[in-house]
Design a protein. Structure first.
Length: 102
C-alpha cells in the first residue's frame, strides 16, 4: 500500500464520518478498505470526480475478475454508497449495466 493511501486525508474523512455516525469499528475497517480498493482500481482518482459509471465498473470487476460472492459485492456497494452520500455529498443513482455476483 502506498503512503498516499495510508495517510490520505480523504480516507481520514471517511473514518471521521463513520465514527460520528457511531458505526462499529469492524464496519469502519471494511468500508475504508473498500473505498481504498475503489480508489486504487481507478488509478488513484479522487472520489468526488467519480460517480455511477465508476462504481458500476468496480462492482463488475469484483464479480467478473475477483469472483466475489453477492454478499461481498453488496458490502462494497454499501461502502461506496455511504462514501458518496455522506462524505462526498453526491448520492449515487442507478447502476445500470453493473454485473451482479451470483
Amino acid at each position: 500500500m502506498s503512503s498516499y493511501m495510508k495517510d490520505s486525508p480523504f480516507l481520514d474523512q471517511v473514518r471521521r464520518t463513520i465514527r460520528t455516525r457511531h458505526y462499529s469499528i469492524r464496519t469502519e475497517h471494511a468500508y475504508v478498505d473498500w473505498v481504498k480498493g475503489f480508489i486504487i482500481f481507478h488509478k488513484k482518482r479522487h472520489p468526488p470526480g467519480m460517480a455511477e459509471a465508476e462504481v458500476s465498473a468496480f462492482l463488475s470487476w469484483l464479480a467478473d475478475e475477483r469472483q466475489v460472492s453477492a454478499a461481498t459485492q453488496n458490502q462494497a456497494l454499501n461502502a461506496l454508497v455511504f462514501m458518496h452520500k455522506h462524505v462526498v455529498g453526491q448520492p449515487l443513482g442507478d447502476f445500470v449495466g453493473a454485473v451482479r455476483a451470483k
